[in-house]
Design a binder for this molecule. Structure first.
Ligand SMILES: [Zn+2]
Length: 162
């Protein structure tokens, strides 16, 4: 366990080899292993080895590596389980059901005909108007611009007004 890991975190203990899991992939930054309480057989967790509370805190490049690993696992997982569908799920916050506060992706094979607890769309959910959707889209777009660094934005030159 190194300085970037949290000894009270079960996933950090797994990364450090202090907890036994059935590993299906490991490289220098990302690890994937079987969930010990699978929703369906072959339920996999994919996570960066470094401890970040959830996706809000993961550097974008490491998030991309984690999702890329999930993408590479999918075809083999489908073949191995015989499940025609594999759902991805990532809880990011206690209200969303996050119970281990170390960012992770669930890859959940769903056998044909098996129930899946999160069904979208929810038939009981209200359908907003186009105006309401447009207003929400505008609000989110504005918040994205004010809360994220713009990768293509060049630093403004100073002292060369003349
Ligand atoms: Zn951790």
């Amino acid at each position: 366990m190194n300085a970037e890991q949290n000894p009270s975190c079960v996933f950090c203990r797994i990364v450090g080899g202090d907890e036994m899991v059935s590993i299906i992939h490991e490289d220098d930054e990302v690890i994937a292993f079987l969930d010990v309480q699978p929703l369906h057989p072959g339920h996999v967790l994919v996570l960066p080895k470094r401890h970040y509370k959830n996706l809000f805190y993961v550097p974008e490049e490491l998030a991309a590596r984690t999702f890329g690993t999930a993408r590479r696992i999918l075809p083999g997982l489908r073949t191995a389980t015989g499940s025609r569908a594999i759902n991805l799920f990532s809880p990011n916050g206690a209200h969303g059901g996050q119970d281990v506060f170390h960012f992770h992706l669930h890859l959940i094979p769903v056998p044909e005909g098996a129930p899946f607890p999160l069904q979208l769309p929810d038939p009981s959910a209200p359908v907003p108007s186009r105006t309401e959707l447009d207003m929400m889209a505008a609000r989110i777009s504005q918040c994205i611009q004010t809360s994220s660094p713009q990768p293509n934005e060049r630093p403004r030159l100073t002292g060369s007004d003349s």
